[in-house]
Design a protein around this ligand. Sequence first.
Ligand code: DGL
Length: 271
Amino acid sequence: MDKRPIGVFDSGLGGLTAVRQLRKVLPGEDIIYFGDTGRVPYGPRGEDTIIQYAGQDIRFLLSQNVKFVLAACGTVSSTYPPALAAKLPVPYTGVVGATARAAAAATRNGKVGVIGTAATVRSGSYAEVLREIMPGVEIFAKACPMFVPLVENGYVADGDPVAALIIQEYLTPLRDAGVDTLILGCTHYPLLKPMIGRFMGENVTLVDSGKVTAQATAAALADLGLLNGRDSGGTAHYFVSDDPTQFTEVETMFLGEYAGGPVSRIAIEDY
Ligand code: DGL
């Protein structure tokens, strides 16, 4: 049993999709979330910068005495080196492994689509895990760099014409390729799920990295004996690197029924 909070971070607010699921599956756990709202997006940046930023994000969470670090960010998960993660004083997980395994279990025709940021798609991270599990899998990957700004700016209402146009632009090749499973490889994308689902068609399974990883994190904490033993009353404390007003304006969109909780600004460059 471990009473310390779970640490979760993302380049911005997308990781809140994982927090929402974590709060659902582990209602007694305390969560510390850091969203690097001052430096989002990470996706178009180079590897060195992403690793440097992720290192600071992790050091901040460790300063809050977390018992586990969840990188709720497809970009960091695809870029942060496993060798560095292995040296951390607490267990660490990203979103790629559990999400790729869920997609492998879901596909019937062996054609899997992967969408994510430029860095995620460039890394080939999801493809690597998928190929290990299913050597014959056909993978159709597409970077969707305009999805993150769409989501961070709230263009997510079902039927939004701007979102619809960009979805059509990015996803037409995947739909034409006949994928039956689509990995939403970035934790911002679940906000666009209804529109993506309608565009891809009802026979395509969408695998939500935030949701799958929250479930995998709950299982990992149980295996490691790190749950706090409570089944209700968990809290969430949010930290951001830019004006917290932006967070409070959009938190309901990401957290739904779990919105609320203190939000503080920190200087992430100091970590
Ligand atoms: N939520 C991040 C991810 O999963 C966002 C992307 C970004 O910062 O570009 O990749």
